[in-house]
Write a protein that binds this ligand. Structure first.
Ligand code: KIV
Length: 268
């Protein structure tokens, strides 16, 4: 089994979109490195996940794959890439062939036959329910499951996805109590984002975690200040260049004295 439901060991997942970050995360204690379709809004400047294409995902997957040698590598199937079983399978196979160990897709019971077909073809699938950015298009993140009827649907979706063979399910923006209740009734691990502490693991967006953005969602914990530190580093570079502090002799290359003399003779 690729992922285990183990109350003593939570599964941790961070998104990753490029080679240098992949190298660093591969040497961290994170369990899964994830090329999310959030690459669109976080890296490509798109307005929503629905602009992300298969070729965007493959481009970033290839870069990340080169940096991941130890960890599990998961990739999102982008919007419109799994509209029917035939295209879903073809696209999932393509992502697997480019290096994905697990593929993730959004949807409940209605996509269970797609999940089951992909799993039958030996491609592990992580499902994603609750708030689903692809389906929500450009709508702001909102809680899903705060009404009993919605929570019941989430439970039914989770059971259908588990029965279809999903190896895990992401709950996004689901109330903590509901995430906990459903989680304890499933045999596969659940991964939360904005869904409280009782899921079997947590996923966050790397650029939020390191503080590339000033106003992350309320469920994000900002562990660093990359945005501010990038501006500070750029400003220090400019100051050093203007003051002559950079570059120093050891940053450059030298020519032998006689070669230089000859060069000057040539000039004159
Ligand atoms: O693409 C992504 O970042 C995601 C997370 C929100 C789970 O799907």
């Amino acid at each position: 089994m690729l992922l285990k439901k183990d109350p003593s060991k939570k599964i941790t997942i961070l998104t990753c979109y490029d080679f240098p970050t992949a190298r660093a995360l591969d040497n961290s204690d994170i369990d899964i490195i994830f090329v999310g379709d959030s690459v669109g809004t976080n890296v490509l400047g798109y307005r929503s996940e629905i602009e992300v294409t298969m070729s965007d995902m493959i481009h970033h997957l290839k870069a990340v794959r080169k940096g991941v040698t130890q960890k599990i590598l998961m990739v999102d199937m982008p919007y419109s890439s799994y509209n029917d079983i035939h295209s879903a399978l073809a696209n999932a196979k393509q992502l697997k062939q480019k290096g994905a160990d697990i593929i993730k897709l959004e949807g409940g019971k209605e996509i269970s036959s797609i999940v089951s077909e992909i799993v039958k073809n030996n491609i592990p699938v992580m499902a994603h329910i609750g708030f689903m950015p692809q389906l929500a298009k450009q709508e702001k993140r909102a809680v899903v499951g705060a009404l009993a009827v919605e929570a019941k649907k989430l439970y039914k979706d989770a059971l259908a996805l588990q029965a279809a063979g999903a190896c895990s399910i992401v709950f996004e923006c689901v109330p903590e109590d509901i995430a906990k209740e459903i989680s304890t009734r499933l045999t596969i691990p659940t991964i939360g984002i904005g869904s409280g502490k009782y899921t079997d693991g947590q996923v966050l967006v790397f650029t939020d975690v390191v503080g590339w953005y000033n106003m992350p969602y309320r469920f994000v914990k900002r562990y660093d200040t990359f945005y501010e530190r990038t501006i500070a580093a750029a400003n220090s570079f400019k100051l050093d260049v203007n003051s002559g502090e950079y570059p120093q002799r050891n940053h450059g290359f030298r020519i032998k004295a006689e070669e230089f003399k000859e060069f000057r003779r040539e000039l004159s």
